[in-house]
Design a protein around this ligand. Structure first.
Ligand SMILES: [Zn+2]
Ligand SMILES: [Zn+2]
Length: 354
């Protein structure tokens, strides 16, 4: 079925029966659970980047018109849902104790990476991932205890900037030489130091900073990459049946995190010009110009299940299917490996003393 033009006003409403539509990732469509009406949804690509300096002190509060914040009383998460969404569970813990919050929703994302993977694919990817892990109990590998699966869009800032860095420092290269004479003649390792300095230009592109609070930056870095440069212009319809975590890291503070990431990249590139073994010191002074940003919401499947009375959580990148998380460990397998190692060690000692 072709996308229905009239739908832009009543985005959540099924044109046939009036029920709330839901975004169906693997079909790239809005779907009605009651009458099976399916309306395809094609995102609009864009190269637009926003100006950082113009917006960092004056965030626009333009998301309130169409959405609201709901607060989870169980885990404390704050999530943005459409005003038309009637019921919602917390995507992070599954709790239904969510209440409307009076907090302002704030700035509207300008980009979205829609979910591309459905729930079945999430389970398949998790199974594959588990099968590669040796210490996971075989019972789990064959049959995952039904996980609770919820999709949530995680808020992020991406930053671009032209940079020019001047640097100076002292690096060292190891070398071996022979010293002494006669009986004392021996080979020693020494370090030869040399000074470095120069100018390094770098265009930093889409440094990804997590701006929510339920996911650590390190967790997002593990789930990455996300193709933020190929994201679509934000479209409310991708939120149908989902929620987006509310951001709590401001655009301005997010830039500080991005700069730290940028500095690591610049340092790495400068050092890769030289052959060295040790760094005595390296001073880098960077000037940033033409800083631009995007406010992108990223698809993450949060999955929780219980095994042996313990809760396990894994996450799946909703765009690429990459899995991140902890797994149950088989005590039996660990014991067997340790026993095997001890036996090998004993055999080795016997063999050496033979
Ligand atoms: Zn319907
Ligand atoms: Zn919760």
């Amino acid at each position: 079925m072709e996308p229905n033009e009239e739908l832009t006003n009543e985005i959540y409403e099924c044109p046939s029966c009036g029920a709330n539509l839901k975004f169906l990732p693997d079909k790239e469509a809005l779907f009605c659970e009651y009458c099976n009406t399916t309306i395809s949804l094609k995102g609009e690509a864009s190269n637009e980047e926003l100006d950082f300096l113009a917006n960092c002190d004056n965030p626009v509060n333009d998301w309130d018109v169409e959405s609201k914040i709901v607060h989870c009383e169980n885990c404390g998460s704050n999530n943005v849902v459409s005003k038309k969404e009637i019921t919602s569970n917390c995507p992070f813990c599954g709790s239904s104790s969510v209440i409307n919050s009076n907090e302002l929703v704030g700035e509207k994302p300008n980009r979205v990476i829609p979910f591309k993977l459905g729930k079945e694919q999430v389970i398949t990817n998790y199974q594959k991932w588990l099968k590669k892990k040796f210490f996971v109990p075989s019972k789990i590998k064959k049959n995952i205890p039904n996980p609770l699966i919820n999709g949530v869009y995680i808020p992020s800032w991406t930053y671009d900037s032209n940079t020019v860095s001047t640097y100076n420092g002292r690096l060292g290269k190891r070398y071996t030489t022979t010293v002494g004479s006669g009986k004392n003649r021996r080979t020693v390792t020494r370090i030869r130091y040399f000074r470095v300095s120069g100018v390094h230009k770098k265009y930093l592109d889409d440094l990804l900073v997590c701006s929510g609070e339920k996911l650590e930056q390190s967790a997002l870095d593990k789930l990455a990459p996300y193709n933020t440069n190929d994201s679509y212009l934000y479209d409310e319809r991708y939120l149908a049946g989902f929620s987006a975590e509310h951001y709590n890291l401001s655009l301005k503070n997010g830039w500080e995190v991005a700069k730290r990431k940028g500095k690591e990249i610049i340092k790495y590139e400068i050092l890769s010009k030289y052959h060295y073994d040790v760094i005595d010191y390296l001073n880098i002074n960077t000037i940033y110009d033409k800083i631009q940003y995007k406010y992108v919401i990223l698809p993450v499947w949060i999955c929780i299940y219980k095994y042996d009375n313990k809760e396990y959580k894994f996450m799946v990148n909703g765009e690429t299917g990459k899995v991140v998380g902890k797994t149950p460990i088989s005590a039996l397998k660990v014991t067997l490996v340790v026993l095997l190692a001890i036996i090998l060690l004993i055999l080795l000692i016997c063999w050496m003393n033979y």
